[in-house]
Design a protein around this ligand. Structure first.
Ligand SMILES: NC(=O)c1ccc[n+]([C@@H]2O[C@H](COP(=O)([O-])OP(=O)(O)OC[C@H]3O[C@@H](n4cnc5c(N)ncnc54)[C@H](OP(=O)(O)O)[C@@H]3O)[C@@H](O)[C@H]2O)c1
Length: 273
């Protein structure tokens, strides 16, 4: 028996296995395509997912998506095992997988990794968890080797929900960042200098994210709406597409027309025209 098994040795699975080995644990690994453990010293590579899962009480799964998770777990005897699934998915997929594992006699913790592989094992990496609290507590020390752990409660769907919410914020931010780089592509400012300004500006905007919804208005929706035609005109003059900025403008117009904040408008998909 080893301390922990990792199923899936893609870019993230390899980073997880490496952090666990570095933490001094005995690690068994399996990957569909053999040979991915070549760069990992001191791991036991199993020929099948079933034999790999049989080697440890704690089984960490990190593969492409939940269809693959299901395909793998169908071939594994999960009874008596704690399955910690760090594959990205939806809350519904997490809850269904939890039910399937529990029906088969295992316990289930879902997780969301808020990091890229080089960050794994570093304090800047956060891993969200939810699901079976006793299993999480039992394995918390091992899981802490992957990064900063945050347990969000016993609903197995909660970690996936918060993971997707944080990713949506990241992708929205990147949309703005890519637009900003395109807009300044021909400016005199060197790209790296502008990148530094972007980081400072985005850091400064953290204060706006933390403001409660009922805080005093210091930048009216009407004022912000007036900025957008300028952003559109300048973008057209620079030959930059409007794909990322247009949807925000549409939401801002609706906010001004209805007097309802964007966060509230977004919560009513049924009202969408
Ligand atoms: N990389 C990141 O920056 C990052 C960050 C946060 C979260 N994540 C999440 O971590 C998970 C894994 O990401 P990754 O970066 O490791 O992806 P990846 O490098 O593309 O690896 C995908 C893994 O899934 C396996 N796989 C795909 N189809 C399979 C199948 N039909 N049967 C068995 N195994 C199959 C691959 O096996 P083969 O080697 O045989 O193809 C490989 O181990 C994803 O859910 C991702 O969203 C990744």
């Amino acid at each position: 028996m080893t301390d922990v098994t990792v199923l899936g040795l893609g870019l993230m699975g390899q980073a997880l296995a490496k952090a666990l080995v570095t933490g001094g644990l005995g690690v068994t690994v399996w990957n569909r395509t053999p040979g991915r453990a070549a760069d990992l010293n001191d791991v036991n590579e199993s020929a099948t997912a079933a034999s790999a899962a049989a080697a440890s009480d704690l089984v960490v799964v990190c593969v492409l998506d939940y269809a693959v998770v299901t395909e793998i777990l169908d071939k594994v005897d999960v009874s008596g095992r704690t399955i910690v699934n760090l594959t990205n998915g939806t809350p519904r997929q997490a809850r269904e997988t939890a039910a399937r594992v529990e029906k088969a006699g295992g316990v289930y913790v879902d997780g969301g990794i808020m990091a890229i592989p080089p960050m794994i094992g570093q304090p800047a990496a956060t891993v969200l968890y939810s699901g079976d609290a006793d299993a999480y507590d039992r394995h918390a020390t091992t899981l802490s080797l992957l990064g900063r752990s945050r347990f969000l409660g016993t609903d197995p769907g909660e970690a996936a929900l918060v993971d997707l919410a944080l990713l949506s914020a990241m992708y929205g931010m990147f949309g703005g960042v890519w637009h900003a780089f395109a807009l300044t592509a021909k400016a005199n400012l060197p790209r790296q200098e502008f990148a530094g300004m972007l980081v400072e500006w985005l850091t400064a905007t953290h204060a706006m994210v933390s403001r409660p919804p009922d805080a005093e208005v210091v930048a009216s929706a009407e004022m912000q709406l007036a900025v957008y035609p300028n952003l559109f005109d300048a973008s057209r003059d620079e030959g930059v597409r409007l794909d990322f900025v247009r949807p925000m403008y549409e939401m801002m117009k609706e906010e001004v027309a209805t007097g309802r904040p964007i966060a509230e408008l977004l919560r009513n998909a049924d009202e969408q025209t």
